[in-house]
Design a protein around this ligand. Structure first.
Ligand SMILES: O=C(O)/C=C/C(=O)CC(=O)CC(=O)O
Ligand code: CA
Ligand code: MG
Length: 429
C-alpha cells in the first residue's frame, strides 16, 4: 500500500463532467452526483430506511437493494447507518461506484426513477444510533480566544500542543437539523462571589464544528495505529455544540464541560462519505516554528500529507422575527490543529474501543480573523461588544426565536464542489 492510498482514491465517481439524469442534480449546490451522501429517511409515514441525496431528491436504497453489490447489501436494509458504517472500506467504495453508475447511466433510469422521492416529501431521521459522542478542542484559535476569557493568565494551557484535548459528550441529546433547541436552565452565578441560582441560561451560544463518523475500529484494549485510522473515518457532518456559557463558567472546573453542553447538539443529517471527500484532502498546515513535534503514535507522514480537509465553513443567524439569515462567520477546516486520524489514534491509544456509529466533534473551528469566529463568546470578546445585525438588532448571546444555520462546502481546483447540507437550530424558550 502506498502512502497516499490510506484514504479512498480519486476515481471516475469524482469526474466533474459526470452528469446525473435526475432533474436539477447537476446544478445542486450540495448534492450533485459527485457527492452521494447517505441518510435515514421515511416517506408518507413509512419506516425509516437508508437513502442517498441526489439534488432535490432522495433515492430509497432499500427499494433497489437488488441492484446494489451483493457484498454489504444487507447493511442498507436497516433503519440506521450503523451497519453501513461497520462495512469494510472496499465494500463502501463498491457501493459508491454502483450508486454513481445507477444515477448517471440513462439505461438504468427506468429501474431507478420510481424509487426517487422529492426531498421535500421525506422526513429525515438520525443517521445512526450514536453509542458515544466525544467532542475535541482542535480549533487552536478558538482555544486561545476562549482561554483568554476563562483563564486570562494562561489562555492556551501547556498540554494543548502535545495532546488532542477532548471530553466525553452526551450521545442521547444529539439531534438532527431542524429540531428546536430548548433554552436550558442550569446553575449560574450572576456575579463573582455570589451564591449560585437555578435559572434559564442568559449566555446561550453556538459552536461551529465538524462531526466525524466512526466505522469499524479497534477492539477493547487495542490501540488503533494512526496508519489504520483513515479506514475508521467513514464520513463527516456539520455539528453545532450549543453551549450555555454562564453554566459552563461556573461548573467546568476541574472536570470540564458537563450540563453546559449536554442539553442539545445539532448535526446535519447526511453522512458525506470518506469516498466522496477524496478530492478534498489536503496537507495538514505545517506547525508553526517552535511547536513540539507530535509523539510518534500521533504522527504519520501520509496523514500529514493528506489528512486535512478543504472545507469552507459558514455560520448564518436568522434573528427572531427576521426573514433573512445574516452571514456572521466564515472559517475553514484547515484551522484544526489535529487531523481526524490523530483524533482517532489518540482516542484509542489507551485501549478505549471506538464503535461504528460513534461521533467525534472537531471542536469549534475559528479562523484567526474577526470575520472567522465560530462562537458568539469569541465574536463579542467575552460578552463585551455586542454584534450588530443589518436590521439594527444587536446580540451578545442568542435570544429565543433566533436560528443558527451552519453550512460547509468542500472544493478543490478541477473538481465539482459538494456541500454538507443543513445544520439548523432555532432557540425556543
Ligand atoms: O475551558 C475551555 O477552554 C473551554 C472548553 C469548551 O468550550 C469545550 C468545547 O466544547 C471545545 C470546543 O468546541 O472547541
Ligand atoms: Ca464544542
Ligand atoms: Mg455513552
Amino acid at each position: 500500500m502506498t502512502l497516499s492510498m490510506r484514504y479512498p482514491a480519486i476515481d471516475e465517481t469524482h469526474d466533474p463532467a459526470l452528469s446525473s439524469w435526475v432533474e436539477g442534480a447537476d446544478d445542486h449546490p450540495d448534492f450533485p452526483v459527485q457527492n452521494l451522501p447517505l441518510g435515514i429517511v421515511s416517506t408518507g409515514g413509512g419506516d425509516p430506511r437508508v437513502g442517498v441525496a441526489i439534488g432535490e431528491h432522495v433515492l430509497d436504497l432499500a427499494a433497489i437493494a437488488g441492484l446494489l453489490p451483493d457484498d454489504g447489501r444487507a447493511a442498507l436494509s436497516q433503519p440506521s447507518l450503523n451497519a453501513y458504517m461497520a462495512l469494510r472500506p472496499e465494500q463502501r467504495l463498491a457501493l459508491r461506484r454502483r450508486l454513481s453508475s445507477l444515477l448517471t447511466r440513462e439505461d438504468e433510469r427506468r429501474a431507478i426513477e420510481p424509487h426517487l422521492h422529492r426531498a421535500s416529501a421525506c422526513m429525515l431521521h438520525m443517521p445512526a444510533r450514536i453509542g458515544d459522542y466525544t467532542d475535541f478542542y482542535t480549533g487552536i484559535h478558538h482555544a486561545v480566544n476562549l482561554g483568554s476569557v476563562f483563564r486570562p493568565d494562561h489562555p492556551l494551557l501547556p498540554n494543548y500542543k502535545h495532546v488532542p484535548i477532548g471530553y466525553h459528550g452526551r450521545a442521547s441529546s444529539v439531534r438532527i437539523s431542524g429540531v428546536p433547541v430548548r433554552r436550558p436552565s442550569g446553575q449560574v452565578r450572576t456575579a463573582e462571589g455570589t451564591a449560585p441560582e437555578l435559572a434559564p441560561t442568559r449566555r446561550l451560544d453556538f459552536e461551529l464544528e465538524l462531526g466525524f463518523w466512526v466505522g469499524a475500529a479497534n477492539r477493547p484494549g487495542e490501540a488503533l495505529p494512526i496508519e489504520r485510522a483513515p479506514d475508521s473515518l467513514v464520513g463527516i457532518c456539520l455539528l453545532n455544540d450549543w453551549s450555555a456559557r454562564d453554566v459552563q463558567a461556573w461548573e467546568y472546573q476541574p472536570l470540564g464541560p458537563f450540563l453546559a453542553k449536554n442539553f442539545h447538539t445539532t448535526i446535519s443529517p447526511w453522512v458525506v462519505t470518506a469516498e466522496a471527500l477524496a478530492p478534498f484532502r489536503i496537507a495538514q498546515p505545517a506547525r508553526p516554528e517552535g511547536d513540539p513535534a507530535p509523539l510518534p503514535y500521533l504522527f504519520d507522514a501520509a496523514d500529514q500529507a493528506h489528512g486535512a480537509l478543504s472545507l469552507d465553513l459558514h455560520v448564518a443567524l436568522l434573528p427572531r422575527g427576521g426573514t433573512e439569515a445574516v452571514p456572521i462567520a466564515r472559517s475553514h477546516a484547515s484551522h484544526m490543529y489535529w487531523t481526524p486520524a490523530q483524533l482517532v489514534a489518540h482516542h484509542s491509544v489507551g485501549g478505549c474501543n471506538l464503535e461504528p456509529g460513534d461521533l467525534l466533534g472537531s471542536g469549534t473551528i475559528s479562523a484567526p480573523v474577526p470575520s472567522g469566529l465560530g462562537s458568539l463568546m469569541e465574536m463579542t470578546r467575552g460578552w463585551k461588544d455586542p454584534i450588530t445585525l443589518p436590521d439594527g438588532q444587536s446580540r451578545l448571546a442568542l435570544e429565543d426565536g433566533d436560528e443558527i444555520r451552519l453550512s460547509a462546502v468542500a472544493s478543490a481546483p478541477g473538481f465539482r464542489s459538494i456541500g454538507l447540507g443543513r445544520c439548523d437550530g432555532r432557540v425556543v424558550a
